[in-house]
Design a protein around this ligand. Structure first.
Ligand code: DC
Length: 225
């Protein structure tokens, strides 16, 4: 099993990069954030108190999450239901960030992430702790980032495509809050792994970022093989 792991803050372009990289290499793409989001959605539907760590942990252990390719797009199935679009709502992102601080929740989801990796020959995983905790043995680790302002602009454009209109100030405030919570929690905070390559993609196009990472990957593979 070969793993490429990508971590970075909200709006850094991890999903786009991971998806394109997986396509280019014929690997499976694992969006770990979608798992925290799916759990947040399920908790909301069941009316579980976001402060109830035990109930959330039990829910995380029991939930069935699957990724399926439909018409070259990856869909997220939660207990058999397609929730790909619903989990992208900003409220769900906020709730996902809140409930991801719990160790019980993290343990359950990390186990599911490793299980998925066991079933494939090549994986591109992205999230907040895939380089530091979930896949420490990854052949290539990337820490992808850009300024909060640039990430807010991208997030705003993404949300607009979904028909959600927010001001840049609102999105920026949200991004800063999420950065703060995701990087200061005691269990598996977002941080750059010592052996990760840092890529600041503020002034890079998606294609340039992908090219850079493909080059790094081929260098690693050539040197290890
Ligand atoms: O990448 P995203 O915006 O879809 O992630 C949503 C939230 O889930 C993020 O704010 C924190 C949490 N998360 C996490 O704690 N660990 C991960 N590996 C991925 C996401």
């Amino acid at each position: 099993m070969i793993v490429i792991a990508i971590d970075g803050p909200a709006g850094s372009g991890k999903s786009t990069l991971a998806r394109q990289l997986a396509n280019a290499l014929g690997f499976v793409y694992l969006d770990t954030g979608a798992m925290y989001r799916a759990l947040a959605l399920l908790a909301q539907q069941k009316g579980i108190d976001p402060a109830d760590e035990r109930a959330l942990t039990r829910l995380a252990e029991a939930m069935q999450i699957q990724f399926r390719r439909v018409d070259s797009e990856q869909r997220v199935l939660l207990n058999g239901e397609d929730v790909s679009d619903t989990i992208r709502h900003p409220d769900i992102g906020r709730l996902a960030s809140r409930i991801s601080v719990y160790s019980g929740v993290r343990r359950a989801l990390v186990a599911k992430q490793r299980e998925i990796a066991q079933q494939v020959h090549g994986l591109v995983a992205e999230g907040r702790d895939t380089t530091t905790v979930v896949f420490p043995e990854a052949v290539l680790k990337i820490f992808l980032t850009a300024s909060p302002e640039e990430r807010a602009r991208r997030r705003q454009a993404q949300l607009r495509e979904q028909g959600i209109e927010l001001t840049l100030e609102e999105v920026l405030r949200e991004i800063r809050e999420r950065d703060e919570r995701d990087s200061t929690r005691p269990d598996s905070p977002l941080r750059q792994a010592e052996d990760a390559v840092r890529i600041e993609n503020e002034h890079l196009t998606k294609e340039q970022t992908l090219q850079r990472v493909l080059e790094l990957y081929y260098e690693r593979v050539a040197h290890s093989g």
